[in-house]
Design a protein around this ligand. Structure first.
Ligand code: N2P
Length: 367
């Protein structure tokens, strides 16, 4: 059953079309936005892109590649690749909105897509250079955030849940409420991400992860503040080594990062709590200021190859949107069943509610 497809008529999914836009931003990004002004030329890549450049500059989520993804591309095309990484959509947005240039490709979550598109930071893809675009699964070829994949090449999808140490806990956690329980004080972390932290406590109280109701948000804030003394830190991908070492026993985590940790430490499990959670997709985009658009398109076409996409999926633990890669993956991750989707929500635009969310997250972090 399609779940990212635009043709999907489920209202909660249709709403996702509106995206989250500025909702993905915290105060730092909002401040950067005020100072943003395009100095590098905003290019259009619809024509002949000329010869392959010698360089390619990537700006991606950390831990989201196979070990040989970049070296394979470099060897094949004689292009030297640089890789910078970020740990949150907020970090990516802040950098791009502040006018960072030099990057060719970035990898936002779909929830950030409306903002990047709205600010004219990303360029339509030149399909003349994307011979492998047909390898995408139909449900990702026409996604809600980018109809017809005009601007983006879907890369991976996943869910937010709880990774835990089976050898340290008597049973699997089944509720977001575990972070409120002082039993494991100092042995727990939550994601460094407002939408995930506040969103999970909204679900815990039976509300939508997209709520902008002040009373509901006040409840979620109370829960987050009550949980905070129990946490070692707010940390995203970098918490994996501590979980593997056994210093952390419970971590709010994205499914792929949890799978990466599980591959190294069999005593780690991963659950989506009974109250429900979030589902997301991340997609590659070409920046308007890309200095190497020909190499950027060559990289997109390279990662659209089934064997390259399958290797990424196997190495990262995220689901692949590449249909042709599904059967090649050693660890195929089937798309969520309709029953699972009942419990998973997309992050939507918070509208004017973003200011309240931003204030609450700032207060939680400062407490
Ligand atoms: C990779 C994190 C990716 C995904 N480390 C969050 N959308």
């Amino acid at each position: 059953m399609p779940f990212f497809a635009r043709s999907d008529r489920n209202p909660s999914r249709r709403d996702f079309l509106q995206g989250v836009g500025a909702a993905a931003l915290g105060s730092s990004a909002a401040a950067a936005l005020l100072g943003a002004c395009g100095k590098a030329p905003l290019r259009d890549f619809s024509g002949d892109l000329g010869p392959m450049e010698k360089r390619l500059n990537l700006y991606l989520w950390s831990d989201y590649l196979a070990p040989d993804t970049i070296s394979g591309f470099e060897a094949e095309h004689g292009v030297a690749v640089t890789l910078d990484t970020y740990e949150s959509n907020e970090e990516l947005a802040a950098k791009l909105l502040a006018g960072a240039t030099g990057y060719d490709l970035a990898l936002p979550s779909s929830s950030l897509f409306p903002l990047l598109r709205g600010r004219n930071l990303i360029a339509p893809l030149n399909r003349n250079y994307l011979s492998n675009i047909g390898n995408l699964a139909p449900l990702f070829a026409d996604p809600v955030w980018d109809p017809g994949t005009e601007y983006s090449v879907p890369w991976g999808w996943g869910t937010t849940g709880i990774a835990y140490r089976k050898d340290r806990l008597p049973s699997a956690p089944d509720s977001w409420g575990v972070f409120l329980d002082p039993t494991y004080r100092g042995k727990m972390t939550m994601l460094d991400d407002a939408r995930d932290v506040i969103g999970c406590f909204l679900r815990y109280r039976g509300h939508s992860i997209n709520s902008v109701d002040p009373a509901q948000l006040a409840e979620a804030k109370q829960d987050a503040l009550a949980a905070k003394p129990n946490l070692r830190a707010y940390a995203s991908a970098p918490v994996k080594p501590q979980l593997i070492a056994g210093d952390i026993w419970l971590a709010q985590m994205w499914s792929g990062d949890a799978a990466q940790a599980m591959a190294e430490q069999p005593e780690i499990g991963f659950v989506v709590p009974k109250e429900g959670s979030m589902i997301f997709a991340d997609a590659l985009v070409v920046l308007r200021t890309a200095p190497n658009p020909r190499a950027a398109h060559a990289f997109l076409d390279y990662v659209l190859r089934p064997e390259v996409a399958a290797a990424v999926a196997d190495a990262t633990g995220y689901g692949t949107p590449n249909q042709a890669a599904q059967s090649l993956a050693r660890y195929p991750r089937p798309y969520p069943s309709p029953a699972e989707l009942e419990r998973l929500e997309y992050q939507r635009d918070l509208g004017a509610g973003v200011e309240l969310w931003d204030r609450i997250w700032t207060e939680i972090k400062a407490a």
